[in-house]
Design a protein around this ligand. Structure first.
Ligand code: CDP
Length: 235
């Protein structure tokens, strides 16, 4: 690992994008890579989740363009590192919302909100600013296609639906033991449908992205594969 880091630190920084279906482990791989490379990790989905939280809390009618524009003016999104665990956390207007945005209540509405043109323009502009100095790993749905179309390494992640549902169920069950596998399955397939069928920046594999199916891979195995791709891109 030390050798890998030494090589990478001598090279120019690159942008790594990780897109894919809901709950296929994008953020796990993105965090692993950012840690190894000493890069910044940005969870673009957290931004759409935080915007959704703001809209729900403030009863914003997101079918009304003017109401959306007005609401977006009042939203300030910042990522800050939690020095206790080294993780990047999402702040909405100064409040740490990292925990609350993971709730199923947010997951039920986020894809609808993320399909709105003004919302996407708002989030994408901030994402592009964050990547202006490179040295970033960003995960989401449109990072390789729209946010950083010239990224040096683009990964498109996928995993069997059953595997994805079980992974997300385990995460949500820890917070809410009343949740059912059916609810989680329904949410993932609904989001995948909306995300891949929306008009603006739908979820799709960029032509130059490499597919990583991690249904049967352990975390160290997926990291090894991705590190090999990073080394190839840095040569
Ligand atoms: O963790 P998971 O893969 O389930 O989702 P997420 O990354 O937290 O993203 C939540 C939702 O935000 C997605 O279902 C999309 O509707 C939206 N999203 C998007 O439209 N574009 C992105 N770049 C990232 C997320």
């Amino acid at each position: 690992m030390a050798f890998f880091l030494q090589i990478c630190e001598r090279m120019e920084k690159i942008i790594i994008t990780i897109d894919g279906w809901s709950s296929c482990g994008k953020s796990t791989l993105a965090k692993q890579l950012a840690r190894e490379l000493h890069y910044v990790y940005i969870d673009s989905g957290a931004m759409y989740r935080a915007i959704t939280l703001y809209f729900l809390r403030n009863h914003i009618d997101w079918t009304n363009e003017e109401a959306v524009a007005h609401a977006l003016e009042a939203i300030k999104l910042v990522f800050m590192t939690n020095h206790k665990n080294g993780q990047t956390e999402m702040y909405l207007n100064g409040e740490n919302v990292e925990y609350v945005i993971r709730d199923l209540v947010i997951a039920e509405k986020v894809s609808e909100v993320a399909a709105i043109k003004a919302v996407r323009a708002f989030a994408v502009a901030r994402q592009q600013e964050m990547g202006s100095r490179k040295g970033i790993v960003m995960d989401g749905r449109d990072i390789g296609t729209t946010v950083f179309p010239s990224a040096e390494l683009k990964i498109f992640m996928t995993a069997d639906e059953d595997v994805r549902v079980k992974r997300r169920f385990r995460e949500l069950y820890e917070k809410n033991p009343n949740i059912t596998l059916e609810e989680v399955k329904h949410n993932l397939s609904m989001r995948d449908y909306i995300d891949s069928h929306r008009e603006i920046s739908p979820l799709r594999k960029a032509d130059d992205a490499i597919v990583l199916d991690n249904s049967h891979l352990t975390m160290p195995q997926q990291l090894d594969i991705a590190k090999k791709w990073v080394s190839e891109r840095m040569k």
